[in-house]
Ligand binder design. Structure first.
Ligand SMILES: [Zn+2]
Length: 336
């Protein structure tokens, strides 16, 4: 325990002062102010749109998925956040790639990019899948938690970073906002990205993957102030330590590592998009609220989401990304 504390202190955090440098007298914004622009009400507004019946459960290749992709693209355009070079916010994936699982219809990852001010070639990926399982027997599977919650969290995180850019406090390293498709039918979108990366994998610092962060695991009882973290220490002790210290300093959630156990029968580490990055030796953190009675049911609807808690969890991801983007040294896969 003591050893851990010493290590954490030695690592240190990017100082608040550096977040304020470049600001003139008057209204100074800190990383805390930017994090606080991630609000429960904005997340709610987005999620009621994104998990609406009109999206038809966002099955890969379907009209609903295409509509969801357009929603994301339009958001980035309206915020003035750029598409990565050579894309129009879409990374097209040919129908054949899905092995007929999408009914032989092509699909697309949605991507947006904030270029780093000092080390633009080093890229932090923040990912969430935006597809879901569609419709069955006349029921629409809205997928509000899975993974509307991760999707709209990324929108708010991107908006917070873009506000920092506008104030001359943009991240030193680049950030790629990666909304992947085809997760529910086999992690296809993230697999395609790691096989056809828009930025070299060698320069990809880490992947922070958000998949289900709007609900509460019934096993947690009255303890709602938590998030399960999976994978943070598997490839990089440094990433894990930074994540812990950021949480202690800024968000004070209980970081629960129950599902990080290699022997956990749920094998969640292998079950969302971060795994395709981990396979390429890129350090990852998977943020997850656990399963609940509406998991993969038509009843996973936006009225059941805990928006204040979700905002706090999204702020943790934002603060972690901010730290990794702005700290002096690059996070490395030090456990390989
Ligand atoms: Zn999911």
């Amino acid at each position: 325990m003591k050893y851990v504390l010493v290590v954490l202190l030695a690592i240190g955090l990017v100082s608040c002062n550096s977040a304020q440098s470049g600001m003139r007298a008057g209204k100074t914004m800190t990383r805390i102010d930017y994090a606080n622009t991630i609000t429960d009400s904005e997340l709610k507004t987005h999620l009621y749109q994104f998990a609406d019946d009109k999206m038809q459960g966002r099955m890969t290749g379907s009209d609903g998925q295409k509509m969801a992709a357009a929603y994301l693209k339009n958001f980035y355009i309206s915020e003035g956040i750029a598409a990565p070079k050579g894309t129009d916010y879409y990374q097209k994936i040919p129908a054949e790639y899905f092995n007929s699982k999408s009914g032989s219809i092509d699909s697309e990852n949605v991507v947006a990019f904030i270029k780093g001010s000092e080390k633009p070639e080093e890229v932090i990926v923040i990912s969430a899948h935006y597809d879901h399982v569609g419709m069955k027997n006349g029921d629409i599977y809205n997928g509000a938690d899975d993974d509307g919650s991760g999707t709209v969290s990324i929108l708010e995180i991107a908006q917070a970073f873009q506000m920092a850019v506008k104030k001359g406090q943009g991240p030193k390293r680049s950030i790629l906002f990666l909304h992947v498709t085809g997760e529910e039918i086999g992690l296809y979108g993230s697999k395609y990205y790691t096989e056809n990366p828009l930025f070299p994998l060698a320069n990809t610092v880490c992947d922070l993957n958000i998949d289900m962060v709007g609900r509460i695991d019934p096993d947690k009882g009255d303890n709602h102030n938590y998030i399960y973290l999976i994978g943070s220490d598997k490839l990089s002790q440094e990433l894990h330590d930074v994540s812990e210290l950021v949480n202690t300093t800024y968000t004070q959630l209980e970081l629960d590592y129950k599902f990080n156990d290699d022997n956990d029968p749920n094998r969640f580490y292998y079950r969302s998009d971060h795994y395709n990055f981990a396979e390429k030796n890129i350090p990852i953190i998977f943020y997850f609220n656990g399963v609940h009675e509406d998991y993969h049911k038509p009843t996973d609807t936006p009225d059941k989401i805990e928006y204040e808690l979700m905002a706090k969890r999204a702020q943790l991801v934002f603060q972690t990304a901010w730290e990794i983007a702005n700290r002096e040294g690059r996070i490395t896969a030090d456990k390989l």
